[in-house]
Design a protein around this ligand. Structure first.
Ligand SMILES: [Zn+2]
Length: 404
């Protein structure tokens, strides 16, 4: 068997295409395979699928293919432009590569397989390409899979933001609670963000009115966005955000009080956790500080008491408990706590909605930390598009349909 026939079989190239030449350069560690089509061949129009279009002219193109052992391999072919009676002069596609790509389909499949296991920059080093070329491949396959996403079954969504770059810039994540996958990632964290999501749902075999439950934090723009664009959705305010707000109020109280009460010095950590999660030493510190009639200790008790609201067996019980908590908090004379209590009053329904929906953003926090870990490993993504693509890859459970 001649080399060319062997390569033709291995490449799976079929008529009218055939391997016309192969050249192995051991010094440059490079294998070049020349592909051509039989003289007089006619091609199908890429636009209207009309058969039998004659060749107008050709242009040489080269694609990187899978390595041949330790040598880089390239395919070169003269690619015809055909004359279609309906469409005019058109460039035809080749069966081994996507239009516009400098890689063969199999090389792209290899690159994508690597990228699901390592940062793009590392994959790029491994195959000896610049990472911007690999990002183009990622954008194509991710974009294609996202475009094919079927959201007809989507009913319950949690929405949260994640930092894109060193804290200034945000993207919002939309996670299907039932399938536990990211269904949308977009810029910003405001009402427009939710509008963009509603459009995304409409464009993916569904309708925004099919969304019945959403979990968000208490940010005004998110509430506005949901109310205006996801009109059938019940809002549950994320309990982790509510508890975090109370934790922040405790911390603010401590910082204000620490100026006059040196005993509080170094106690920050003690007040941030639930008593049962503290180490033995911290628990002793907490017990000692609790006897000192500190405002911080009262703020901490109020925070812990709010957790009891969530621990109630029914919404009815929780409402009773919340009323008690509210009057205690408002009369506490601790400003940060009073401020949170007022916020909780204004968002009471959505907070208590948790007793019916039982949804929270814990799931999204988990996804978030995966994304942030990947971001750290890649030493920050160059821009939001790379972050979005990685988020879909990591947590979108995409149907990538890679070439085989
Ligand atoms: Zn045509």
């Amino acid at each position: 068997m001649r080399d060319n026939d062997l390569f033709q079989l291995a490449l799976g190239i079929a008529s009218p295409w055939f391997v016309a030449s192969s050249h192995f350069d051991s010094v440059r560690k490079r294998l070049d395979i020349g592909v051509d089509f039989k003289a007089g061949s006619r091609f199908t129009c890429p636009d209207c699928s009309a058969d039998g279009c004659p060749v107008h002219d050709t242009a040489d193109k080269t694609w990187r293919h899978l390595d041949f052992f330790q040598h880089q391999a390239f395919l070169t072919a003269r690619v015809p432009r055909i004359t279609c009676t309906k469409c005019g002069v058109r460039q035809v596609g080749v069966p081994w590569a996507r239009k516009g790509s400098g890689f063969s389909l199999l090389f792209e499949a290899l690159a994508m397989a690597l990228i699901t296991h390592m940062p793009v920059a590392a994959a790029a080093r491994l195959v000896g390409e610049h990472d911007t070329r690999l990002w183009r491949v990622v954008f194509h396959y991710v974009g294609d899979a996202v475009a094919r996403m079927d959201l007809s079954g989507l009913r319950r969504v949690c929405i949260d933001e994640t930092a894109a770059k060193r804290g200034h810039d945000y993207v919002s994540l939309f996670v299907d609670i039932d399938t536990r996958r990211v269904v949308f990632v977009t810029d910003g964290r405001d009402a427009k963000t939710i509008e963009a999501f509603a459009d995304h749902v409409d464009a993916h075999n569904s309708d925004a009115s099919r969304i019945k439950e959403v979990c968000i934090d208490m940010s005004g723009p998110f509430i506005k966005g949901v109310t205006e664009n996801l009109t059938e959705a019940e809002i549950t305010f994320d309990k982790f955000h509510v508890m975090k707000m109370l934790g922040d109020a405790v911390d603010k109280t401590r910082r204000a009080e620490a100026k006059a009460r040196p005993e509080l010095k170094g106690s920050r950590y003690v007040w941030l956790k639930n008593e049962q999660n503290l180490t033995a030493t911290s628990r002793e510190t907490l017990a000692a500080l609790s006897t000192l009639h500190l405002r911080t200790a009262r703020a901490y008790q109020l925070r812990c008491a709010f957790q009891e609201v969530y621990a109630q067996p029914t919404r009815g019980w929780a409402e009773l408990m919340l009323d008690k908590w509210d009057s205690w908090a408002i009369r506490s004379r601790i400003e940060p706590i009073k401020a949170v209590a007022k916020t909780i009053r204004r968002h009471r329904d959505g907070i208590l909605a948790w007793f019916d929906s039982r949804i929270a953003n814990g799931l999204i926090e988990g996804i978030n930390s995966l994304v942030q870990a990947a971001k750290a490993k890649a030493r920050g993504y160059r821009n939001r598009d790379t972050l979005k693509a990685m988020t879909y890859l990591i947590a979108g459970k995409l149907d990538l349909r890679l070439p085989t």
